[in-house]
Design a protein around this ligand. Structure first.
Ligand code: DO4
Ligand code: MG
Length: 284
């Protein structure tokens, strides 16, 4: 049976099979950070009565399905990401580093966002006002417990400035981390078995109601395993409430595409759902 957890204000809405449950005022840090999360939640649900009907029909905006966990990200895990980054950085002389990191045993891992800089589905996501070339990065995201076990999956948008990273790879933290730089959701998917590597990731970007880009990849095109990313991430960091890990992008729009205010970004992953965000900028 499918288990999905949605966060809306002070409520967690949980779909389990054909039933819906509402849990109020939970501590999301403690609630999520449990080994065998699915069994634990199934146990929690025994103390609640199912709701009458689907509570999400009238809800358009979701919170990211998280507490205060950090979001980290792996990069250059798909060949498409490596090739595009080599092109955008060739004038800076930095392109060799993308080949090197793709082939090295140590993966590229970087801090992406705090919960406060992350938006849920249905909300605005930002491009930087000092960047001229901006793209979404559709990524499978792992929820990893404090002991390193993968307990769930969600959809991530690792918004990126290609002009800032392309100018100099050392600008990566500025290309990646700013207000509303990350999208997460719409739910946390907690399956019985690990997600299939044949799972597809889809993206579409539309402007004024017309599609300007569509792309698809599958998780099995990733060069790294989830375990090797988690291994390196946990080597010298501990995560008392667990953490979210973006696993890298396998889809990069063509060079003539840069996001504009009002663009709608839809990222779908089979079995999880769709993360939808509208592009905007910081207001002051
Ligand atoms: O090297 C920079 C970041 C790479 C990245 O975010 C990705 O491949 O998804
Ligand atoms: Mg990325």
């Amino acid at each position: 049976m499918t288990m999905k957890i949605y966060k809306v204000g002070e409520s967690a809405f949980i779909s389990f099979g054909s039933d819906w449950f509402e849990l109020k005022l939970i501590d999301w840090d403690l609630f999520l950070n449990r080994e065998n999360l699915r069994d634990q939640i199934q146990n929690d649900l025994k103390e609640h009565n199912p709701l009458k009907g689907d509570p999400l029909t009238s809800i358009e905006r979701f919170d990211p399905p998280m507490g205060n966990q950090e979001i980290w990200a792996a990069g250059v895990t798909y060949i498409r990401s490596k090739e595009e980054r080599k092109k955008e950085s060739k004038d800076s002389g930095g392109s060799q580093f993308y080949d090197k990191v793709y082939d090295a045993s140590r993966p590229e891992i970087f801090f992406k966002a705090s919960a406060a800089r992350t938006v849920g589905s249905g909300n605005d996501i930002h491009i930087r006002r000092d960047s001229v070339w901006n793209v979404p990065e559709p990524e499978l995201v792992l929820f990893v417990s404090s002991t390193g076990s993968i307990e769930g999956y969600t959809i991530g948008n690792d918004m990126s400035s290609r002009s800032i990273e392309g100018e100099n790879p050392l600008y990566l933290p500025q290309a990646k981390t700013y207000e509303k730089c990350a999208g997460l959701g719409p739910c946390l998917y907690v399956p019985e078995a690990p997600i299939s590597l044949d799972t597809a990731i889809d993206i579409s970007i539309s402007r004024n109601g017309h599609s300007i880009f569509e792309g698809r990849t599958t998780i099995n095109k990733m060069k790294r395993t989830f375990d090797e990313i988690i291994h390196y991430l946990f080597l010298e960091c501990s995560f008392p409430n667990g953490c979210f890990v973006m696993t890298g992008t396998g889809i990069v729009p063509p060079e003539d595409i840069t996001l504009e205010i009002g663009d709608k970004i839809q990222i779908g992953i089979e079995g999880i759902g769709e993360l939808v965000n509208t592009v905007n900028v910081k207001s002051n």
